[in-house]
Design a binder for this molecule. Structure first.
Ligand code: COS
Length: 393
């Protein structure tokens, strides 16, 4: 039997998240997007009501929520404003490698920091010349006395300007390709430099920065997992966070669909509301189907994680479909609005701009297809450690 019903706790959580999105995020979303405002007060409120760091285990002060619950929150945040939502959810991406590979001391310190105060962490994988091709990274970590010395530049780092600590991937063996990458946790005060904040097409309320590590020294125990096993840690992290991105994309689609549906009932052309025209009805119907299918794939990919099963294929299906659908649904929402859809005074052009990043970050839609094709031809076995860890971005 397939039972897709939510528990009472999950329903309450979804209601809490929706309420927060409606009352705290929506009223400022379009203004923050226009002016590219960092939503510090919203971060603090979200932390206060328990919408952040949802997958941190209880022993480090977190609520240890399941992944389906995490996706319920992410969809509502995406519905409210995916830029602000990304700012709130990004800790999950940074903390997953720590939860998976950190020593007890490191977990207590760095995960504890996030649960004690509304602090932020960033995930530093991408570099100017290494995006989809993770193994092409140039950042290095070399042993330095009793610790490590890190050098390199990371780009497109969500919350990079505001983070208190960073999960950083670096080459520890330059000649070993993906088998020469290690992961580290780096506190900001070790000397992380924020080079620039990006001016973006969408999600303009989120912070995206370029950060550099110039002879940054960290203790030996800040290595996460085993030396030269960082690539796998990154992949295992993305397996855990892509369902959340898919959920956020579903939230964007839902927002665009609701605006388009309501507008189509008000806008009169040829003597009737445009909702009476089949051309519009079919667009609305396609949007609705894409949202339902996005959510189902998202829940499946999260539910597999909750069951301790491999979700690599399912999370790529979900992320790719929900992201591509968000682009299609928001583009169609602009179409339903006609010329007004192109005007900033109306709500849907923002959603179309926001949707674009869903096809890019945490693995492009093409990388998801690559994973799907590989998993289709040569399914991999589930990795050994499937501890609950991390949400998204
Ligand atoms: N979980 C655990 N291990 C995994 C894994 C997963 N989901 N996916 C791959 N691996 C392992 C493989 O088993 C292989 O292990 P061995 O070293 O024992 O052989 C190793 O990792 C390399 O795998 P693969 O050969 O598939 O690696 P590729 O270099 O071909 O890269 C892609 C695979 C392209 C899928 C990967 O680099 C990727 O996801 N790129 C996108 C990165 C991304 O999302 N960037 C966004 C930044 S975060 S905003």
């Amino acid at each position: 039997m397939v039972d897709l019903s939510l528990t009472d706790e999950q329903k309450d959580l979804r209601e809490l998240a929706h309420d927060f999105a409606e009352k705290e995020i929506r009223p400022v979303a379009w203004e923050y997007d226009r002016d590219s405002v960092w939503p510090q007060a919203i971060v603090e409120k979200a932390w206060d009501v328990g919408l952040m760091n949802t997958h941190i285990p209880e022993e480090y002060g977190g609520p240890a929520l399941d992944y389906v619950s995490g996706c319920l929150i992410e969809e509502e945040m995406g519905w409210g404003c995916s830029g602000i939502g990304t700012s709130l959810m990004c800790n999950g991406l940074a903390l997953a490698p720590v939860a998976l590979g950190g020593s007890e001391e490191v977990k207590k310190h760095y995960l504890g920091m996030l649960t004690e105060e509304p602090k932020l962490a960033s995930f530093c994988l991408t570099e100017p010349d290494a995006g989809s091709d993770v193994s092409g990274m140039r950042t290095t970590a070399v042993r330095n006395g009793s610790g490590w010395k890190i050098n390199g530049t990371k780009t497109f780092i969500t919350n990079g300007s505001h983070a208190d600590w960073y999960t950083v991937y670096a080459k520890t063996d330059k000649d070993a390709g993906h088998r020469g990458i290690s992961a580290f946790v780096v506190p900001r005060e070790a000397g992380v430099v924020v080079d620039k904040k990006e001016d973006k097409l969408g999600q303009r309320a989120s912070d995206t920065a370029m950060v550099s590590f110039n002879d940054v020294e960290i203790p030996a125990d800040h290595l996460l997992g085993e030396e030269n096993k960082g690539f796998k840690l990154a992949m295992m992290t993305l397996d855990r966070t892509r369902p959340g991105v898919a959920a956020a994309a579903t939230g964007i689609s839902r927002a665009a669909f609701e605006f388009a549906r309501d507008y189509s009932k008000e806008r009169v052309q040829f003597g009737v509301p445009i909702a009476m025209h089949q051309a519009i009805q079919f667009m609305i119907a396609d949007m609705a189907t894409k949202i339902e299918a996005s959510r189902l794939l998202t829940w499946q990919s999260a539910s597999l994680l909750d069951q301790g099963k491999s979700n690599t294929l399912a999370s790529s299906h979900a992320k790719r479909f929900a992201a591509d659908s968000a682009m299609e649904v928001t583009t169609d929402a602009v179409q339903v609005y006609g010329g007004y859809g192109f005007i900033k005074e109306y709500p849907v052009e923002k959603l179309m701009r926001d949707a674009k990043i869903m096809q890019l970050y945490e693995g492009t839609s093409q990388i998801q297809r690559l994973v799907i094709a590989r998993e289709t031809y040569m399914p991999r076995r589930a990795p050994a450690s499937l501890a609950t860890a991390g949400a998204s971005h």
